[in-house]
Design a protein around this ligand. Structure first.
Ligand code: 13P
Length: 312
């Protein structure tokens, strides 16, 4: 097979200049996609970045809800998504109509939703959160006010444990990547690398979080690995982050934690890997597919995202 990635990279650079476009990419995308990004970050940093960029076009190299979030914050900009089929199992686990019916059963509850939701669910939300500010967001709500937390039951359970809050109802959703890590294999790996620190994303199950040395968002994990004196880390999140870890800390060793079924490759998010140099290039060339939102829904979703950013 001919490797035309250098040609694609230079065409992408040319198109970015010609069209005054920027590429925002999440840490879970492939290393070659990360290389063409102007900004690389976790969900919170990318949302903040989206509203600050001085460009006519934002191309979001990530999954659908991330591009939608950028469009909610920047309605006047053209927001492109190279692969609109790149979904998110968490967002899919929370259908807006079902969620509206669920919310109607608890009218006195404040609704906190993880950003991994559709724009319609965000429009039903009081305040969004990401994995890096979920604790601060929940703590910002008076202790006697009951909360609906959606859609990630693992992140919600973790925050509930940290805050000791009993008045939190969790939606029953989960991330297909983070749910798959095997405790048995993780403990075997820990035994083989006793000096390694275990770093875990809070979308993992509680029994995985229980053996972590550090729990945090992708950006939080990256910072911790830099701060820590340890030389080895067992990484319990989507494997795309390893590229950035190795790039930032070349002298340290990062060992990906295995999923239960190692043949399934499920510590890789199949959706994030749908973003390629080819579809980025075609998307910039054609200025399509583009995110288009209903203005009423966008405005309601914007309120919940801005409430989140205010608590950063
Ligand atoms: P963070 O970017 O907040 O770490 O989480 C990303 C994500 O979508 C995990 O599934």
């Amino acid at each position: 097979m001919v490797d035309n990635s250098a040609t694609l990279r230079s065409r992408i650079d040319e198109l970015k200049r010609e069209k005054n476009a920027v590429i925002l990419a999440h840490y879970y995308t492939t290393p070659e996609v990360q290389q063409v990004a102007d900004f690389l970050g976790d969900s919170l940093a990318l949302s903040v970045q989206a509203q600050q960029v001085d460009a006519d076009i934002i191309l979001f190299a990530g999954v659908h809800f991330m591009a939608e979030t950028a469009k909610v914050l920047c309605p006047q900009k053209k927001v492109l998504i190279p692969c609109p089929e790149a979904g998110c199992s968490l967002a899919e686990s929370c259908d807006a109509r079902d969620f509206a019916a669920f919310k109607a059963r608890y009218p006195d509850h404040t609704v906190v939703s993880y950003v991994n939701t559709t724009v319609e669910v965000k429009a039903l939300t009081d305040i969004c959160c990401t994995s890096s500010n979920a604790l601060r967001v929940v703590e910002s709500i008076p202790a006697d006010r009951p909360i609906i937390f959606a859609p990630d039951r693992n992140l919600g359970g973790y925050i509930q444990k940290l805050t000791g809050r009993r008045n939190m109802i969790l939606w029953d959703g989960a991330c297909h990547v983070h749910e798959e890590f095997s405790l048995e294999k993780l403990l075997q790996l820990k035994a083989q690398h006793p000096a390694a620190k275990v770093v875990v994303h809070p979308e993992c199950r509680a029994y995985i979080i229980a053996v972590a040395d550090y729990v945090g968002s992708t950006a939080g994990i990256l910072d911790y690995c830099g701060r820590s004196d340890a030389e080895e880390f067992i990484v319990v999140t989507e494997a795309g982050i390893l590229a950035e870890m190795q790039r930032r800390y070349p002298a340290k060793r990062f060992i990906p934690a295995p999923p239960d079924d190692e043949t399934c490759g499920c510590n890789n998010c199949k959706y994030m890997k749908m973003v390629t140099l080819e579809n980025i290039c075609a998307c910039l060339e054609n200025e399509s597919p583009e995110i288009v939102l209903d203005e009423e829904v966008r405005k309601r979703a914007e309120r919940s995202i801005r409430n989140m950013i205010a608590i950063r």
